[in-house]
Design a protein around this ligand. Structure first.
Ligand code: GRF
Length: 200
């Protein structure tokens, strides 16, 4: 049984895709052991709650130093003892200690075809705004391992999505989510659970 912890900051539609895929058996042999958020108001926490998944919000604002927050964050993840940590729209810089502890066992989803439109500052609508500005005809999503850089870890899987005439950043974001992110992330987790993708 693959033990998965998911880290989220916002709406949690990717989390929902994972929850649904586990419950319908599309992701096999997997248990979501916990959902962590830095944002107590994240709708993703409600999704976890509704699915009966252990969840926890710890805000950096509640700590006098970043180190203390990092410690609380790491302790919480360790408590769940996950085999795999999934960053699904998690807007927190991952502490170095956590990266080395979970090296090869932590993955992230990014809403572009890396190495395009990624790195510092490329999150949310900005990614799709820049893709449209550049005039690319194809974009997509990437699942990759997490290392010390921003969106620099080894690529695991990618899925392409067409850009269409008249797209706005919002329309493109929605298409990338529907056609790529919500499909790709559950597929990768299942491949890990089934041993088709090796961790470590
Ligand atoms: C997604 O676009 C994901 O690729 C990015 O952040 C967004 C999170 O959306 N890393 P949601 O919270 O899963 O709805």
């Amino acid at each position: 049984m693959l033990r998965v912890a998911v880290c989220v900051s916002g709406g949690g539609t990717n989390l929902q895709a994972i929850i649904d895929a586990v419950s319908c058996g599309e992701i096999k042999d997997t248990k979501i052991v916990g959902v962590f958020s830095n944002n107590p108001g994240a709708y993703a926490l409600k999704r976890a709650e509704e699915a009966g998944i252990d969840n926890c919000a710890i805000s950096p604002k509640d700590f006098s130093s970043r180190e203390e927050f990092n410690r609380a964050f790491l302790d919480k993840l360790d408590e769940w003892d996950p085999d795999l940590v999934v960053l699904a729209g998690f807007l927190v810089i991952i502490p170095k200690e956590m990266i080395s502890r979970y090296r090869g066992r932590m993955i992230n989803i990014h809403p572009s075809l890396i190495p395009s439109f990624c790195g510092t500052g490329y999150y949310g609508l900005k990614v799709h705004e820049e893709a449209l500005k550049k005039g690319v005809k194809v974009t997509g999503a990437t699942v990759h391992f997490v290392d010390e850089g921003t969106d620099t870890g080894r690529i695991i899987a990618q899925k392409a999505v067409e850009v269409q005439d008249g797209d706005t950043p919002e329309i493109l974001q929605k298409r990338v989510m529907e056609q790529a992110e919500w499909v790709l992330l559950p597929r990768v987790i299942n491949d890990i659970a089934c041993g088709n993708i090796k961790l470590g």
